[in-house]
Design a binder for this molecule. Structure first.
Ligand code: OSB
Ligand code: MG
Length: 369
């Protein structure tokens, strides 16, 4: 595939409601859309680096710099036979997983379109529908949370994840469990606690949670192994996992018993697949996380989540749960049975709505050979 042209767009989309986590409050989401033109097809990807370095050290600005000055020059104007070949050409760039994943996603889409097959098939997906859940930010009161959960359950979502932070934890879990005894429920702390908070987690252990996501340090693997030892509820790592190597360390140390896969956090679909396959071989279930993506990133997430070891519902919700209008057509919807259809058209399987994309673009740049 001859890489003729690459375009970056810094986008900013306003969330339908603010998303509150232990990391702060997000009112809108800034990402980078990557467009690759090659051999008469257009591939699309989304880099999930955010406007702020609060979830990850990467930001839109750092990802833009790495893409523009290192990743794009390594493939622009060249003939690339496979995604692996592109990855090899920028392998000496350390870290910057979200920058890499955005470009890799656009290349996967372009290759799938050249081969005229859906991305899901190209990645090794085996399902035509995936189970989906919803991630709910910290609410101001138990009453507010119950109302939100009821609404989402009414739309079909198969499981609920709530964000927690010190002072906003046990009372929410207890109230939800009381109201919905059989609900598939999990919590995500985004690294808001330390081992000295172990008693909170020991109490949480009594509420039959599906998992506790990233309770401790955002790069930690060791302390999580000490916490997991004291709990029957599985710990799931998100922030701490950037690679297959991290995954092996976490599983061999029994730091977690479930892995959250986000392609942006691990550098792309290629590393995601390696993690998926390794976890399958170790009987460790994985599920697909989310970064409040636009429809472009979401399309890739849905395709990846169609692989067989994605055994728990993903943080992959309907377009309208995030944004009033998405930048793809058709928008992503949740079926009444809590599933989402995996696109069957070539590549990401949805069309980019150029008018909407233009509306949310705050800066763009084009690179030609
Ligand atoms: O920790 O999973 C997380 C969003 C931004 C940054 C980190 C996280 C999240 C979410 C949102 O939980 C999940 C979604 O996209 O629905
Ligand atoms: Mg998380």
């Amino acid at each position: 595939m001859h890489i003729e042209k690459i375009e970056l767009r810094h986008i900013k989309m306003v969330l339908v409601s603010p998303f509150v986590t232990s990391m702060g409050t997000e009112y809108d989401e800034e990402h980078i859309i990557v467009r690759v033109d090659a051999d008469g097809v257009t591939g699309w990807g989304e880099s999930v680096a955010e406007g702020t370095p609060f979830y990850s050290y990467e930001t839109v600005q750092t990802a833009w710099h790495i893409l523009k000055d290192f990743l794009i020059p390594s493939i622009l104007g060249k003939d690339i036979a496979s995604v692996d070949e592109a990855i090899a050409s920028y392998a000496k760039v350390r870290g910057h997983m979200m920058a890499k994943a955005g470009l890799e996603a656009a290349l996967w889409d372009a290759f799938a379109k050249t081969r005229n097959i859906p991305l899901s098939k190209m990645l090794g997906g085996t399902r035509n529908k995936i189970d989906v859940g919803v991630s709910i930010g910290i609410q101001s009161s138990v009453g507010e949370l119950l109302k939100k959960v009821e609404g989402y359950l009414g739309e079909g979502y198969k499981r609920i994840k709530i964000k927690i932070s010190p002072g906003y934890d046990l009372q929410f879990v207890e109230a939800l469990r009381k109201e919905f005894p059989r609900l598939l429920l999990q919590v995500d702390a985004n690294s808001a606690y330390t081992l000295s908070d172990i008693n909170i987690f020991k109490q949480m252990d009594d509420y039959n949670l599906q998992l506790i996501e990233q309770p401790l340090g955002y790069e930690d693997i060791y302390d999580h192994s000490k916490l997991q030892r004291e709990l029957k509820t599985p710990i799931c790592l998100d922030e701490s996992i950037h690679s297959l190597d991290d995954t092996r360390a976490a599983i061999e140390l029994d730091s977690c018993r479930i892995i959250n896969i986000k392609p942006g956090r691990v550098g792309g679909y290629t590393e995601s697949k390696l993690i998926h396959d390794y976890c399958a071989s170790m009987n460790i279930p994985v599920w697909h996380g989310g970064m409040l993506e636009s429809g472009i990133g979401r399309a890739g997430n849905v395709a990846l989540a169609s692989l067989p070891n994605f055994l728990l519902p993903g943080d992959i919700s309907a377009s309208k749960r995030y944004y009033k209008e998405d930048i793809v057509e058709p928008e992503f919807v949740v079926n009444p049975d809590g599933t989402m259809d995996v696109p069957t058209k070539p590549g990401i399987g949805v069309e980019v709505n150029m008018k909407m994309l233009e509306k949310v673009t705050v800066r763009s740049e084009e690179y030609k050979q």
